[in-house]
Write a protein that binds this ligand. Sequence first.
Ligand code: MSP
Length: 659
Amino acid sequence: MKQKYYITTPIYYPSGNWHLGHCYTTVICDAIARFKRMDGFDVFFLTGTDEHGVKIEKRAAENNTTPKAFVDNLVDSIKDLWKVLGISFDKFIRTTDDYHVAAVQKIFKQLYDQGDIYKAEYEGMYCTPCESFWTESQLVDGKCPDCGRPVEKAKEESYFFRLSKYQDKLIELYKNNPEFISPKSRMNEMINNFIKPGLQDLCVSRTSFKWGIPVTFDDKHVIYVWIDALTNYITALGYGSNDDSLFKKYWPADIHMVGKEIVRFHTIIWPAILMALGVEMPKQVYGHGWLLIGGDKMSKSKGNVVDPFVLSDRYGVDAVRYFLLREVPFGSDGVYTNEALIARTNADLANDLGNLVSRTTAMITQYFGGVVPNNKAAEDIDKDLISLCESALGKVRADVEKLLIPESLGEIFRLIQRANKYIDETMPWVLAKDPEKKDRLGTVLYNLAETIRISAVLLAPFMPATAQNIFDRLQLGKLPNDFASVKKFGGLKSGGGVTKGDALFPRLDMKKELAELEKLAAEQQKSSADVKKSNANKNEAAAPTGKESGEKEEITIDDFAKVQLATAKVVACEKVEKSDKLLKLTLDVGGESRTVVSGIAEHYTADYMVGKTVVIVKNLKPVKLRGILSEGMILCASNGKDVVFVSPEKEIESGSGVN
Ligand code: MSP
């Protein structure tokens, strides 16, 4: 019987502004799921959408529609995205699905009946604009940690989950299962930052909005995020329904893949809920890093060419998949730039892979009329290539097992590069000149075609469309659904045909592509700017002008409160081309990536700025400087001669409010 493998992505908030960062978790899970399927596992790959909450309720009202109709639309758009990217999920769960709603209500009632959920009068600090309660320890300088605005004491009747009860059990779980939180650094973060300071019971219901799953025994309340969202991983398998056969088969999850900002929910709250339910723990929660958008934009309002639809359409879906899987060391953050995508595509896909396929098929066409020649005795020079082919699967498997995803692709590309070198070493065009070397020429070209076949099968989980395309050129029909055919060199049949075809990945002209992407960005930006134009005009007309002397007018505390200041970490920095004064900084502002152009190049080098914490004006209207959209301003002190940037006196998380 096949061994089961259950892999999940987080369920996505249906925002609609899908960017490349959103695709990261899902493309990685897809590659792993496809690999495991081909490697003989019985895989269940789950993804879906997280659809309840006050934000959706408000956005639906703004759009004069119901929350359900509003999310239906957005869910269709994410399904389209997964279709474009070739995501092979086995199930797509929506938290509005009937079976999920019923199971969540059942779980909530069970936890209440057994005393793990209790009702209390919640007195806490309330942020009215965010409609959120915060504990004292969550406040930043006494203000709302989300929006930085003042909070006030308020009371609300709520249900609470006894998270505090599970503190010791969680520590025990981590100790007994060192792989439970991966990478390891994230485990220390959880213990030191959250468990050691003490876990507080968790508010799990709300009465201030309606768009949620109702508590069956108290209809004033809807169930708030945790119990609704996290339980999707088991309700999707039928837990809490009449048919829990999938749950029995696939649970526990082998891996919950999540972005680093939601590791806490998955490694503290989720296991505690499962402990309360008496359900087995998942085997591993992997917190990957973020793809920071170091180029221009990350959302529609900022002119979004880091739009996966645009990039897939322009460069092919596999160029996008390859970039996501290969570029960022898995577990760490990485920066997206248009340059990096184009450079990767050119170097690895057009040069290494594309050239190998086109040179080989062209030579088989030219020298053997498009028929795969016979494979005669191997010479020493062939043996290295053959042994690399036969050991490749083992190496790729070992890397995938350790979630070394870029490295696993690295192994396959080592094989591809070796084959290109083999062409240079064997020089088929020289062999072709000597009729006595016809057999040797045939063997060399056979070895190359066979290496390409093996590479295609190994690439199938990562770049399925390209792998199939290569198979078509070798006239081999459908890709196999297992790895059996790559264990031994020689599976390719002599006498079969090859097709020459266009370049797999045409070489991209860096300059032209960058200009094209910039143009697309500008068009998108213009359309969103047009929508906002009238409002902006009104604001500008009303803006205070200041005194002629340069002395600024007095302002009230309310005026000052309009300026939203926040700390930000410099993730990347470079000089703006053809400018002595400007640096382009990529900032992490509490998980959001921003680009800010700052006139500090005469005072700081780009290298010096990387890793520094700065303070930015977060709600400054974005402007284009030298063609780069600058989304905020860095605060600096100046005496007219020296300029120094302002930085908090101690380390504090990026995105912290400054008041
Ligand atoms: N709904 C919650 C998850 C609940 S799971 C029980 C959520 N949704 S999300 O839409 O905000 O994020 C979905 C996934 O996308 C997360 O894993 C998140 O880390 C990932 N990404 C969103 N932007 C990202 C980048 N820029 N880079 C990499 N992944 C990021 O959180």
